[in-house]
Structures are given as C-alpha cells and as structure tokens.
Design a protein around this ligand. Structure first.
Ligand code: AMP
Length: 127
C-alpha cells in the first residue's frame, strides 16, 4: 500500500525484475522473505544487496505495511547474509538509502552490506 506522499511501488524497477527472474543476479542467499545478491557496481571488496521479496519502496512503506513475518524475515536475512559472508568478526556496514536526499536509485527497499576493508567515516565530508 502506498504511504501518503510517496509514489506507488513500480513493478518494473530493476529489483522487481530480478525477483521475477527476468534479469540475472549473482545470488548469495534466498529464503521465503528475502533475496541477496552482489551489487553490480561494488563500492567495497564485499558489496551485497539484501532485498525483501514483497513490494516495498523503502522503510516507509515496509515499516507501515509489512507483516511481522516479513519484517522479521528480512531483518534476519540481513544478519544471516552478513554472517555467511564472514563479515561479523571484522565488521561491516549496513546501509539503506531512502528517497531523494538518501540518494536512492532503485525504488525497492534494499540494504547494502559493505565489508572486506576498514570503511572509514560514516558519511564522507561534503565538498
Ligand atoms: P541505491 O542508490 O541505494 O538505490 O543503490 C542501488 C544499487 O543497486 C547501486 O549500488 C547499484 O550499483 C545497484 N544495482 C543496480 N542495478 C543492479 C543490478 N542489475 N544488479 C545488482 N545491483 C544493481
């Protein structure tokens, strides 16, 4: 369900097409609630995206409309993927971009997992 003030879910966004199997991905994990795959343009030695299988644009509609099972399943999948990638001990960053100010390019909720090296400051200095 669209959240007030946000555009409706776009069924043709690239991650929807990956979920439907119309576009390939380098899958690292899948379960009933989530799919994880390597980012096509990695920004770190490890850069994986974890997405819920439901039609959610961002945490706005996910937090408002997803079932408890979907929310638990997605968050557990994020942790499982990080563990399976060996990121827990050295540490990693989980990041989700939301909307225009967040720089979100693909309008299907996704969490980026970055790791494989020290990642520096949380947000680079402006300019
Ligand atoms: P965001 O700016 O948070 O919306 O990030 C979208 C991410 O999706 C970017 O890091 C892209 O490199 C990545 N991406 C776009 N298309 C694909 C694709 N077909 N397979 C994997 N990653 C993709």
């Amino acid at each position: 369900m669209p959240v007030s003030g946000l555009p409706p879910y776009d069924d043709n966004n690239i991650f929807a097409r990956i979920l439907r199997g119309e576009i390939p991905c380098k899958k690292v994990y899948e379960d009933a609630h989530a799919l994880a795959f390597h980012d096509i343009n990695p920004q770190a030695p490890v850069h994986v995206l974890v997405i819920p299988k439901g039609k959610y644009c961002s945490f706005a509609d996910f937090s408002a409309g997803a079932s408890e099972a979907e929310i638990a399943g997605f968050i557990r999948a994020v942790g499982t993927v990080a563990r399976q990638l060996g990121l827990e001990a050295p540490g990693y960053r989980a990041l989700a971009n939301m909307g225009a100010h967040g720089g979100q390019e693909v309008p299907h909720l996704h969490v980026h997992l970055f790791g494989g090296r020290p990642l520096g400051r949380m947000i680079p200095s402006a300019g």
